[in-house]
Design a protein around this ligand. Structure first.
Ligand SMILES: C[S@@+](CC[C@H](N)C(=O)[O-])C[C@H]1O[C@@H](n2cnc3c(N)ncnc32)[C@H](O)[C@@H]1O
Length: 237
């Protein structure tokens, strides 16, 4: 075990807590997310998918991204979707069965240990803070992307301290969605520090980020801690 790996029990507890949270949220989840669908469309556009490609949807939830992902990769492409919540994934499965899709592979597993294709063309992490902040999950993901693969990660983040009321809203939504608030200043850093080349757009007064870019296929030589220290966003970003 490396120094930064949390003890097995702690990891197990955070997965159990997250599953309990989404077991409770699953039935009303799609209604709650409806106002934010423009961010999903923006995120999937940034993936720049082409027909025939294989895209990973980590923390796929109820499968709300599937229609757009499928449309982009076409019938010859593949969507590999992973979620650890049985209740969320059951709704994703229902969505696929109802639509008769046979190129969406669903897996009920933790992102840290899911069976992923050898080298996928793209990965989407849409509002999946717990996955993005898990070193094991990010390492596992990057091992399964081809050089040049597109990566898009989105979610909530703290905005500038001067916009305190907006941060209260972020805290409110996060409390229902994640098991910890670590990394909320710059949630994309675990990807950037490993060498993903990302641009970051800030939306809704800086409370939402859309990080998009590519995975060059190898990590930087420089030690992780020395790279890309978190920055406060500018007010209004
Ligand atoms: C806020 S939902 C986002 C769902 C989906 N991406 C969407 O856009 O609607 C976060 C999802 O991530 C899943 N999740 C959280 N931690 C996970 C992990 N370590 N491995 C797999 N799934 C995880 C949760 O079960 C939940 O379904």
């Amino acid at each position: 075990m490396r120094k930064e790996d949390p003890p097995q029990k702690l990891r197990h507890d955070s997965h159990t807590a997250a599953c309990a949270m989404y077991s409770w949220r699953a039935s009303g989840y799609e209604l709650q997310l409806a106002p934010y669908e423009f961010i999903r469309r923006m995120a999937i556009n940034h993936l720049a998918l082409r027909p025939g490609q294989c895209v990973l949807d980590l923390g796929c939830g109820t499968g709300m991204s599937f229609p757009l992902l499928r449309e982009a990769v076409g019938p010859s492409g593949r969507v590999v979707a992973v979620d650890q919540s049985p209740e969320m994934l059951a709704l994703a499965r229902l969505r696929c069965e109802r639509a008769g899709w046979d190129n969406v592979a669903l897996q009920c597993a933790a992102a840290e240990e899911a069976l992923l294709p050898r080298k996928a063309d793209a990965a989407l992490l849409h509002f999946t803070h717990d996955i993005l902040q898990s070193p094991q999950a990010v390492d596992h993901l990057l091992r399964h992307l081809r050089p040049g693969a597109r990566i898009v990660a989105t979610g909530l983040k703290w905005t500038a301290p001067a916009l305190a009321p907006w941060n209260a809203l972020v805290g409110f939504y996060m409390a229902q969605s994640v098991t910890h608030y670590d990394g909320l200043r710059s949630p994309w850093l675990p990807l950037s520090q490993r060498g993903a080349q990302l641009e970051v757009d800030a939306l809704v007064m800086g409370t939402i980020f859309v990080a998009h870019g590519t995975w060059p296929g190898r990590r930087p030589a420089q030690p992780l801690e020395e790279r890309l220290q978190p920055q406060w966003p500018q007010p209004g970003n």
